[in-house]
Write a protein that binds this ligand. Structure first.
Ligand SMILES: [Zn+2]
Length: 135
């Protein structure tokens, strides 16, 4: 049994390809077959044009910090001993914004627009979480 104490993703039919790719250390999202928008979160319909045609594409993993907050209060026992930590909105090079965690940097050193790259944290035998570190 895993000793990982934080919540784990429960893939849906729409998000399962995202989590399967993450397990293989690829950041992959659906790209609209009609307008080419890469979207997050994964969904059956394009939020830009409403189209349903799409293909899953591997992304570069590059992005920048769009916004962030530093958590100083414990909201879940899984983060016990890790305060403070950063939760950030990362604007990916391909356009979509993804909510994630920053790693490899002190919370006081994080600034908006800083370049980051995806890293994968193998938290269980079946789950790898995409996180971001300074590029
Ligand atoms: Zn579209």
């Amino acid at each position: 049994m895993s000793s990982y104490l934080k919540p784990l993703p429960v893939p849906s039919p729409e998000t399962e390809p995202f989590w399967r790719a993450a397990r293989a250390h690829h950041l992959s999202l659906p790209k609209c077959g009609d307008c080419a928008m890469v979207r997050f979160p994964p969904s059956g319909h394009c939020p830009a044009c409403g189209g349903t045609a799409h293909e899953w594409v591997d992304l570069s993993g590059a992005g920048k910090v769009f916004s962030f907050v530093v958590y100083h209060r414990l909201y879940h026992k899984g983060w016990e001993g890790e305060l403070p930590y950063v939760v950030a909105v990362i604007e990916l090079a391909e356009g979509p914004r993804i909510l994630s965690t920053l790693t490899g940097i002190a919370p006081g050193d994080v600034v908006c627009d800083m370049a980051v790259k995806v890293v994968f944290d193998d938290v269980t035998q079946d789950v790898s979480l995409p996180k971001f570190a300074p590029a």
